[in-house]
Design a protein around this ligand. Structure first.
Ligand SMILES: [Zn+2]
Length: 69
């Protein structure tokens, strides 16, 4: 599948969930609580499948597909 090298697709917000224990939000470097709602997303990697990341709901806002530019 052809893929453009655009930063716009670097991080995607997928759905709200709970993070596994010990997950750290990559946006603010703060740990996500076990019962704290967060957003699951994926980060495109240069090699291999996309990496799964968990972000606080607030931190994930800019990754939402509906965000305006
Ligand atoms: Zn965060």
């Amino acid at each position: 599948m052809a893929r453009t090298t655009s930063d716009n697709d670097a991080g995607r917000d997928e759905y709200a969930t709970f993070a596994p224990q010990g997950e750290t939000c990559p946006e603010c470097s703060q740990p996500i609580g076990a019962f704290e709602p967060c957003r699951r997303g994926t980060v495109e990697r240069q090699f291999g499948p996309p990496a799964v990341v968990y972000r606080h709901s607030e931190c994930a806002k800019r990754y939402r597909r509906t965000v305006r530019q």
